[in-house]
Design a protein around this ligand. Structure first.
Ligand SMILES: *[C@@H]1O[C@H](CO)[C@@H](O)[C@H](O)[C@H]1NC(C)=O
Ligand SMILES: *[C@@H]1O[C@H](CO)[C@@H](O)[C@H](O)[C@H]1NC(C)=O
Ligand SMILES: *[C@@H]1O[C@H](CO)[C@@H](O)[C@H](O)[C@H]1NC(C)=O
Ligand SMILES: *[C@@H]1O[C@H](CO)[C@@H](O)[C@H](O)[C@H]1NC(C)=O
Ligand SMILES: *[C@@H]1O[C@H](CO)[C@@H](O)[C@H](O)[C@H]1NC(C)=O
Length: 385
């Protein structure tokens, strides 16, 4: 079902398991950001006056986790959610979750008996991830975001989260921005519902991710159109090859003059931090980069100017990923500085272009025309808070 969701968590797992030092620094960051901001978030007024555009600001935690603020129910119950283009279902922790569900207890919980707009569904759900699952039951309620109201959204109330990584993330739940084919049967997911209720004129949204370390302003999702101030040049469109994921074809991947992959599928996934690559291709790429692997981490030189761009040819246009995007600096316990890539292998036959790619390229998700659009993102534009 939400296969890509598990990919997100694999990429977290890669980060956490592969690099102890990084893990510590992530956790060190977590409390100040997690607790300090929770209250500030509550006072953010996201009311906009646009009838045809809905703007949803994102927060960025260390370029690893992006999330926005939404509320569910009447009166509103507020949540931090990951807005995930790689899955189609929405869920929040349930106030009925048992005490021993630590991930649920650490996060905000939806209480249906405190919402007058809650509608019971009666079905149970299970979402599978690579190393665990989320189990609960379905409900319907009004989702509020960016000044808009989406009525009767079917979402999961999570009772059990058999997945360690949910303990440590800041977001409480997930809003799936994928298309209907990957959603629960007999339920209309977020985007389809939003368009069915005519909240926006065009059934389109765009993602601008800001990758500035240490800054909380993470960019934004604009629903109903695109924002010209966030990209340069024109938007290059490519048709979807599957109507569930935001999936399309990359005609060719090359490093220098070497072909790495041909005619391969790819999805755009805000819920994955890195770029995940089919295993065989991953090995070829790492050879081309002169990378070495140790403890599951792939190291490259820290002399970025010696590293090549990785070029993705998409519908006749080349989209490079530069060493600035794909290399991260890691300080080891002995204070030695090393450089690792932000690529990870995945046992699938398509690429998952996560935040590393989405930071460089402004992306447009067009459900009406069944296509995605790519343009060079304007770097470093802060969103208004
Ligand atoms: C949010 O902003 C709108 C428009 O400026 C204003 O009408 C509304 O009262 C504000 N809400 C809160 C909770 O501050
Ligand atoms: C919002 O729209 C209303 C009605 O069109 C208008 O009166 C008001 O001035 C607008 N508010 C802002 C903050 O633009
Ligand atoms: C949910 O809200 C109701 C009504 O306010 C309250 O009685 C109940 O204790 C809450 N449930 C939980 C599990 O917090
Ligand atoms: C849903 O799960 C609960 C708890 O496991 C169980 O008691 C209930 O019978 C299930 N409901 C349906 C409709 O399967
Ligand atoms: C939402 O569901 C309720 C109860 O099923 C129904 O009365 C209402 O018309 C629905 N609203 C919309 C906008 O679909």
């Amino acid at each position: 079902m939400a296969r890509v969701m598990f990919l997100l968590f694999i990429s977290f797992a890669v980060t956490f398991a592969g690099d102890r030092r990084l893990r510590i620094s992530l956790h060190a960051m977590e409390n100040p950001i997690g607790t300090g901001l929770a209250d500030r978030f509550l006072s953010i007024n996201t009311t906009t006056n646009l009838t045809d555009r809905i703007r949803l600001p994102l927060r960025n935690r260390n370029n690893v986790e992006y999330f926005g603020i939404v509320s569910m129910g009447t009166p509103k119950q507020m949540f931090k959610v990951m807005l995930d283009t790689g899955s189609s279902n929405t869920w929040l922790p349930s106030s009925n979750c048992p005490r021993n569900n630590w991930a649920c207890r650490k996060h905000r919980r939806y209480n249906s008996s405190r919402s007058s707009s809650h509608v019971k569904d009666g079905r149970n759900f299970t979402l599978f991830y690579g190393v665990g699952s989320v189990i609960g039951y379905l409900s319907k309620d009004t989702l509020h975001f960016g000044g808009a109201e989406l009525k009767n959204l079917t979402f999961g109330e999570a009772m059990f989260q058999y997945q360690k990584v949910f303990d440590s993330v800041i977001f409480d739940g997930i809003v799936g921005l994928g298309l209907g084919q990957r959603a629960w049967v007999n339920s209309t997911p977020f985007l389809d519902l939003l368009c069915a209720q005519n909240l926006v004129e065009e059934c389109v949204f765009s993602v601008y991710l800001r990758r500035v370390t240490g800054s909380l302003r993470g960019g934004e999702i604009m629903i109903g159109g695109t924002d010209k101030s966030r990209y340069s040049g024109s938007i290059h469109y490519v048709p979807l090859t599957e109507y569930g994921y935001w999936k399309f074809e990359i005609s060719k991947v090359s490093v220098g003059s070497e072909k790495i992959d041909l005619a391969v599928g790819a999805i755009l996934d805000t819920g994955t931090s890195n770029i995940l690559i089919p295993e065989n291709t991953f090995d070829i790429l790492h050879e081309a980069l002169g990378a070495t692997t140790d403890y599951g981490i792939t190291f490259v030189t820290c002399e970025l100017e010696q590293l090549p761009n990785i070029k993705l040819l998409i519908a006749g246009k080349t989209f490079p990923i530069t060493p600035m995007d794909y290399v991260k600096e890691v300080v080891l316990e002995n204070n030695q500085k090393v450089c690792a890539t932000r690529f990870a292998p995945i046992n699938l036959d398509f690429w998952i272009l996560g935040d590393v790619f989405l930071g460089r390229y402004y992306t447009v998700y067009d459900a009406t025309e069944k296509r995605v659009g790519l343009a060079r993102a304007v770097p470093d534009v802060a969103t208004k808070v």
